[in-house]
Write a protein that binds this ligand. Structure first.
Ligand code: NAD
Ligand code: NAD
Lengths: 212, 212
């Protein structure tokens, strides 16, 4: 069983190596250099990279091409991601920014259904997707075989939206932006996004650098 | 030197314990239960919690109150965060959603200046903040003593905005949402946000659970 932090690091290695491979056309890279770029200890990098199979040579470093494609094999590729149909709830500022985000199609993130409760938005289309009313959630999620939900509704509405989504019986994972703790059955995976935590981390490291 | 992943876990422990302390009014918690809730191995939890000083008792677990306030002491508290003035670039859908995000003020995240290049937006105010034109960036960042920038401009514009920000000489950290790799001097910390990576991680763990 691989833990959440390991996969988070693998995603970061992939993003970093993608740039080295395609943009900087680098051939070789050491665990020390990867660690330096990503704020990780070289021992952690070596441990991670050997967890999924031996690919580096001591003293020489890793082949960027070999390492990149080896790690990409661990993560779901765009083709795999596309198998998971996604619904987005709340077509407000954040929801619209996500619907228009160019990286989603590149990574195979396929948002097939969009929901809102505002009668002036329902029935329109946005970026080619029809906006359903929240009352249609059960039928639409089943008909479109949706398994992941992105929550972009106000905090006060989030739990009631979740209860309806869970009631559809098809959801396996939730990416939640609403600043509330959601109560969800144990078999559904929830990932809570909080941009303020990203800023707290940034401030921690700036202080660390300034005052050591 | 504490690594980035350790601080990421500390932030997650704090959010989790905040709920246990204030909402569920729990007294004691074990490393196993923390690990279960956050997708971490209990050994990793124990290692993290002992890194910053001994607080638990073998066999009994940790006092939720003691642990919560101990960990909160490691992270910048709202009062500390408020010392770091923040500027946001790009008052579009994402920028507006961030300016209106209620958790920022709760965590001491203080966005003092906002910039755009669209003449129809410049000169207006949003959530009480005046929208400056990007051409005023050097003067305003210095005058307001800004040290952190949040980038919400289109990918094609991001590097040129960064170059101007760096030119001001006061920026120490950048939270970047634009889907491009930014070239930034080594002494400036950059944190790149990518929601598609969050969804890739979610899909990885759903697959792991389904097919093991
Ligand atoms: N996690 C983060 O870092 C972060 C950052 C910014 C905003 N947010 C959060 O994201 C959410 C959306 O923010 P926003 O600025 O886009 O808000 P918004 O008000 O612009 O949009 C909310 C949308 O949700 C819709 N809605 C309300 N109740 C609904 C329901 N029951 N079912 C379906 N749709 C419903 C509204 O009609 C509206 O279109 C908020 O909860 C906000 O706090 C989180
Ligand atoms: N990282 C993620 O997960 C994620 C998710 C959604 C969107 N995004 C990205 O966030 C960015 C903003 O997205 P959006 O939907 O809000 O776009 P948007 O078009 O609604 O807003 C962009 C804003 O930037 C302003 N702008 C353009 N050039 C500028 C410049 N040189 N200086 C100052 N302001 C300038 C525009 O006038 C506009 O107000 C895009 O790069 C998008 O790809 C990232």
């Amino acid at each position: 069983q691989v833990g959440v932090p390991t996969i988070e690091r693998i995603v970061r290695y992939c993003r970093y190596l993608e740039r080295l491979y395609y943009v900087e056309k680098r051939d070789v890279i050491s665990s020390a250099e990867i660690g330096e770029a990503l704020g990780l200890k070289p021992t952690q990098v070596r441990k991670d990279l050997s967890y999924f199979g031996e690919i580096g040579k001591r003293g020489v470093g890793y082949s960027v091409e070999e390492l990149y494609f080896h790690l990409m094999g661990i993560l779901p590729c765009p083709k795999d991601c596309r198998l998971f149909k996604i619904a987005l709830f709340g077509v407000g500022r954040l929801g619209k920014a996500l619907l228009d985000y160019e990286m989603f199609s590149k990574r195979g993130i396929d948002i097939v259904a969009v929901f809102d409760k505002n009668r002036q938005k329902v029935g329109k289309t946005i970026n080619g997707r029809y906006i359903y009313h929240i009352d249609e959630v059960e039928t639409v999620l089943r008909a479109q075989n949706v398994s992941i939900a992105i929550i972009c509704v106000p905090a006060a509405e989030a739990q009631s939206v979740i209860d309806r989504i869970v009631g559809s019986g098809v959801i396996k994972g939730i990416l939640n932006f609403a600043p509330v703790d959601l109560t969800v059955p144990k078999d559904i995976l929830v990932s809570n996004m909080d941009i303020s935590a990203e800023l707290e981390k940034l401030i921690y490291f700036i202080r660390e650098k300034e005052y050591g």
